[in-house]
Design a protein around this ligand. Sequence first.
Ligand code: PLP
Length: 409
Amino acid sequence: QLDIHPTGRHFLQIPGPSPVPDRILRAMSLPTIDHRGPEFGKLGLKVLGGIRQIFKTKHPVAIYPASGTGAWEAALANTLSPGDHVLMYETGHFASLWQKMATRLGLSTEFLAWQGADAQLPHAPSWRRGVQADLIEARLRKDTEKKIKAVCVVHNETSTGVTSDIASVRKAIDAAGHPALLMVDSISGLASADYRHDEWGVDVCVSGSQKGLMLPPGISFNALSPRALEAAKAAKLPKAFWAWDEIVEMNKDGYWPYTPNTNLLYGLSESLDMILSEGLDNVFARHQRWAAGVRAAVNAWGLPVQCADPAVYSPVLTGVITPEGVDADALRRLIHQRFDLSLGTGLGKLKGRMFRMGHLGDSNDLTLVAMVAGVEMGMKLAGIRLAGSGVQAAMDHFSSHTAPAALQK
Ligand code: PLP
């Protein structure tokens, strides 16, 4: 029996909160300033301008001192009225939570889901695939009275590691000639997976600080469109703290109607500097490379990836289905105790059947190889028979096509 005490750094490999770079932690440790003073206004204008570049929008972005769940509520409360009918799409646990929230707010919700068969997870086939835009189009075409006021979809389903093609949803809404607003949850997609607010015609995008932006939890966002701002004028759901009008007005000078999260905004300023100087295209390509390396490991182990459609693999996290009879949570506990490595749990319908490996935040090729090694050793300790070495596959992936140009002859 080994008596092991954790030393070195903890491996935070859940799909958010993600590891925070030291540079951001240092930026956040500066003294808190007067949120009505001149210095603050400059900070406010800088982060509000920078975050628009991340969303790829020229329209306002509201920043809330709240977790992502608050920004979900803000999106619905600002645009809709009691009893409004909303079309949502079941891609996983977070889509289900958003639907539950909409119901609790007094909206009437309809939950579309892919109905095909899945041998591995017969009880949750739609939790392995992205949004099927043709189902949305067909439903909207039937709505001749235009009762559906909004279509809500999750861009990167953090419970499964499946993305959805948001541009295809916009096309479906337009093809049906339907006026519904398009609302997108990109809480775990933003700044890791390609996202284009204006180009894709999204009306409200909800995001959060603790994933691709590499910040601690505590701030969240609503990126808006002119149609969303217009809808907010007539919407009747109660809203006060979440109301966009006062926020957007005061944001013009870099201030907020209430006390904003000053030190997290220092962190956001640093995060924007890091992401924008690397360039969004490089950031997206890096996450794709990481995801492909981790999937190579999972394939080498001979285990199924939760996402069943290669076209929509998440660049942010990979869900791994454990062999029948293996409790994924017991495996996660063992790996945590023995290797001080945290993995994401299976949520909702996936409890005990899978675990999630995060590849986002303050990481690099080597930390991801270490994560793969921790998981592989844990599975061996748990007596799981593996088809091959995931560590070798990940190393092969990261050491193949990725040598800097300067080293190539
Ligand atoms: N939506 C998605 C896709 C998420 O990943 C999360 C959190 O992980 C949420 C919503 C809820 O956000 P929060 O936990 O910050 O309130």
